[in-house]
Design a binder for this molecule. Structure first.
Ligand code: ZN
Length: 435
């Protein structure tokens, strides 16, 4: 569908669309304009890639970055362990009395085991980083193929892209198993961020079960980054633990919990603490709306949503799925006032915006800027132009001459108007001139 390309690209594609007219069609003999169009096309694709494919490269890059930093820390630790061993041995050798041969052998064994541990960890770290770098390269190579090759290759690329975008959308919506099935069916695992959402799915599932341990472990694992992002997720989880204690009527435990976790919070979180603490004074089935909100089970869904958002922010991903962006861009590029006429007859079956489901989706979007209208024959769906002149029947309805002449030839000069359900002679139709 034409909708899966950004606005700029879509506008230029309208020349080939049945519904709208632009003067962007290129003469086959005009090689210079063809060349310009090719250059324009590739720069449009590049712009599209830069604007919409950010997450495709960003996620494996961030994973590589993380692996590199973790490996750096692990190797630093191993190197200092080796250095400690060797300096201990040196100190023993330079001191008096000299260590016994048995002691010396033990020390050498200790150094050797530290060195081999360093070597093993270095090998593992490099292998992990190489795998990540390969993932980045595979995606760059895939994106590089955009708009290249034969028409069939381009169509296959577009199809893979749509599958990637739908997978991303499903993962963001929490439909992990459906996304996984699509990925397996289309064999696109290396091009999607399934791994990133795999861990997230486990955390979400545990939150669904009212279990915060996995989410707290995740917060701890990403502590530094979450702090930089001013995340309140861990605080909200602690609040939830507090609320659950109140619900279970373990008020003393709740006080200890508050002392332990609420005192270290920064000032941004302070305003919500007093309201929370006031819960201690109310029963769990209180009818006061402010406290009912706190005690409500819907807080768990809010926590899941917050976790999803924080997980995306951690990898510098936008909160809106690329799929949503391209669908909106495509719809607004195709949307005309004609698609929203109360008269259903004006709907064009070939126009995506006229399809009822997409029609309601596009309701809030702006209209496309169409500098030139195109008349479409209601009977055949063909464009009405100098080769298919518009003809008006005596009842005022206009149809393309091709469709009317075909009808007349088959019915002894008689034509049928499906809108008024009346028959006329083709000879009664008049030419229409559009100024
Ligand atoms: Zn329409």
């Amino acid at each position: 569908m034409d909708g899966f390309v950004p606005v700029s690209e879509n506008l230029s594609m309208m020349g080939s669309h049945n519904i709208f007219g632009t003067n962007s069609q290129i003469s086959e003999n005009d090689t210079s304009s063809q060349h310009t169009a090719e250059v324009d096309g590739s720069s449009q694709i590049n712009r599209c890639m830069a604007a919409l494919e950010h997450s495709t490269i960003k996620v494996p890059y961030e994973v590589l970055n993380r692996k590199f930093r973790t490996a750096q820390k692990v190797l630093e630790r191993e190197v200092s362990a080796v250095a400690a061993c060797t300096s201990e041995m040196q100190a023993a050798l330079s001191g008096s009395p000299m260590p016994r041969p048995q002691q010396l052998t033990q020390m050498i064994r200790g150094v050797m085991s530290q060195v081999s541990s360093l070597k093993r960890k270095a090998r593992e770290a490099v292998a992990g980083e190489v795998e990540c770098a390969r993932a980045v390269r595979r995606r760059i190579e895939h994106l590089d193929q955009a708009g290249k090759g034969s028409a069939a290759a381009r169509a296959a690329w577009e199809s893979t892209r749509i599958d990637r975008l739908i997978t991303d959308f499903l993962l963001r919506e929490g439909c992990y198993r459906t996304a996984k099935k699509l990925v397996e069916l289309r064999n696109i695992k290396s091009l999607t961020n399934l791994g990133l959402f795999e861990n997230a799915y486990e955390v979400e599932q545990s939150l669904e079960r009212r279990d915060v341990s996995k989410c707290l472990a995740w917060c701890h694992e990403n502590k530094t980054k979450l702090k930089k992002l001013n995340s309140s997720l861990e605080f909200n989880i602690r609040i939830q633990e507090f609320i659950d204690m109140i619900k279970r009527n373990e008020r003393m435990s709740a006080v200890w919990h508050a002392r332990k976790y609420f005192s270290a919070q920064d000032c941004k979180q302070l305003p919500s603490i007093p309201q929370c603490m006031a819960l201690l004074a109310f029963p769990a089935d209180t009818k006061i709306p402010e406290y009912q909100v706190l005690l409500s089970d819907s807080r768990w869904q809010d926590l899941i949503q917050q976790f999803r958002d924080e997980n995306l922010r951690l990898y510098h991903l936008s909160l809106q799925a690329t799929f949503t962006v391209v669908v909106q861009a495509g719809l607004s590029a195709l949307k005309t006032p004609q698609c929203y006429k109360s008269n259903k007859e004006s709907f064009n079956p070939d126009c995506p915006v006229c399809v009822p489901t997409l029609n309601s989706l596009a309701k809030e979007l702006p209209y496309a800027h169409c500098s030139q209208s195109r008349l479409v024959c209601f009977l055949s769906g063909e464009t009405m132009n100098e080769n298919n002149l518009p003809l008006m029947l005596p009842n005022g309805y206009v149809y393309g001459s091709n469709a009317l002449e075909a009808q007349a030839a088959a019915n002894n000069g008689e034509v049928f108007c499906p809108r008024s359900e009346t028959k006329f002679q083709l000879s009664d139709a008049q030419k229409v001139f559009v100024m």
